[in-house]
Design a binder for this molecule. Structure first.
Ligand code: LLP
Length: 424
């Protein structure tokens, strides 16, 4: 593999045949902290953010990190310090933003099923906008706000019916999806929102999917959203901000998504053409800010030759890395030490009692029991989707900054897992 092709390069790179993160060897981190171990590069996160910031130079724009991608406090802190806002989807996520030192006024709240209690918590905290996903939600949010003597700032999430050409489980802007309000009903929904006493319309938003690797779906969605803004404003309802969601893909295995600044150069050109270039813009990227800023280091437990397949059994599993089992997602798996030993083809699997517990299929590796591997591109939607299945504790997480490693999550013990449970 070419060094620059390694997802996460140059922040993750081989130096003297050893895989390193910034200035540290992953093997040393694994020796100190044990495995499975998530390791993040702070510089990689800031580098990914900088591409958006370059793209938005001279514009009124705010990046709201979609924290569902990785909501660990130490990761949020990086984005708080970098001046980001946050896109949340639960009251739990709001609590995390506040615990990481973020401000409620920098938070927007997405999601199709906000509860009344979550609406109250968010209104009390003073978040900047609710991204409302249905007409019944408008009514309930207004009612809740009125009962608290408050007015809820709202943006309506429109479903532009655009195919993002990604995995069906992670496309969100198609007609058959549960997300957003249908394009055709948007104007009515805005008129309804404007008539409700507890709401103040502030913006419009859309999110068409995740791991999008081409520019066209964004351009299509942009045009549809701008058509709607024209209609809504012609009906006398002002739209202050335009929120284009997240979705930009990353390189897992030779994927070539547009760079964030190139994507935004194209989108801003279209916005300018249509006279919207000076509006307040917002985006909600998740994966593209953290996905290639993290890896999961795991130890090979056993090499198990089989009749049809050889298995490389590692100590990370589907509870740590759920994406292969859920979406048949591909993550590169590489040894921490490069050697010239002959390779064998393995299915790389975890210890969980499910045939679905695989991390990579048919992978060529030269490893033996006791060796360490890194599962790459593991910064997004891994720890945040991890579980305790098989009563496996969540892994340790380390955030690396230059030559310093900070433990941002301690390994979960069995006692941690049983906290809150009661014998009868
Ligand atoms: N905004 C909204 C309203 C979203 O629903 C999402 C992701 C984002 C922003 C962030 O999208 P991103 O920039 O990360 O693509 N667990 C799946 C991905 C699910 C994405 C759901 N929504 C995976 O592991 O691929």
């Amino acid at each position: 593999m070419n060094a620059t092709d390694l997802p996460g390069a140059p922040f993750f790179s081989y130096q003297h045949q050893q895989l390193c993160v910034e200035q540290l060897r992953l093997q040393d981190l694994a020796d100190t902290h044990g495995t499975p171990l998530f390791v993040y590069s702070k510089a990689a996160m800031l580098h990914a953010l900088a591409a958006y910031q370059r793209g938005f130079a001279g514009r009124k724009a705010k990046v709201h990190y979609a924290m569902k991608a990785n909501s660990s406090l130490g990761v949020l802190q990086v984005f708080v310090q970098a001046g980001c806002g946050f896109d949340i989807v639960s009251a739990g996520e709001l609590a995390r933003v506040l615990a990481a030192g973020g401000r409620a006024s920098d938070v927007i709240f997405s999601g199709v099923g906000k509860t009344r209690a979550e609406m109250q918590t968010a209104l009390q905290a003073g978040i900047s906008c609710f991204n409302v996903e249905s007409e019944p939600e408008l009514d309930v949010l207004s009612e809740v706000a009125v009962s608290m003597g408050k007015v809820a700032p709202v943006s309506i999430r429109v479903n532009p019916n655009v195919d993002p050409k990604t995995h069906p489980y992670i496309s969100t802007g198609l007609k058959g999806n549960k997300f957003g309000i249908a394009h055709e009903r948007t104007l009515q929904a805005y008129q309804h929102a404007a008539s409700l006493p507890g709401l103040k319309v502030t913006g419009i938003d859309c999110h068409i999917g995740s791991q999008i690797t081409t520019t066209e779906p964004y351009l299509d969605a942009l045009d549809k959203v701008l058509d709607l803004v024209e209609q809504i404003e012609a009906a006398g309802i002002a739209i202050h901000h335009l929120d284009f969601g997240g979705g930009l893909g990353i390189n897992y295995n030779g994927d070539t998504p547009p760079a964030a600044d190139d994507l935004w150069a194209r989108l801003l050109a279209r916005l300018d053409e249509r006279g919207f270039g000076q509006r307040q813009l917002m985006i909600e990227p998740g994966r593209s800010l953290v996905g290639n800023a993290g890896v999961c280091v795991s130890e090979v437990q056993f090499i198990k030759p089989g009749e049809q397949k050889n298995f490389c059994i590692i100590d990370a599993a589907m509870n740590d890395l759920p994406r292969p089992a859920m979406y048949e997602a591909f993550h590169q798996i590489v040894p921490l030490s490069l050697t010239n030993a002959p390779t064998q083809v393995y299915d790389v699997v975890g210890p969980v009692c499910e045939s679905g517990d695989w991390i990579g299929r048919d992978r060529s590796l030269n490893v033996q029991a006791g060796d360490m591997v890194a599962v790459l591109s593991a910064g997004a939607y891994c720890m945040s989707m991890s579980s305790n299945y098989n009563t496996r504790g969540r892994a340790t997480e380390v955030l690396v900054d230059g030559d310093k490693a900070h433990v941002i999550r301690s390994r979960e013990t069995a006692a941690d897992q049983m906290r809150g449970e009661h014998l009868v």
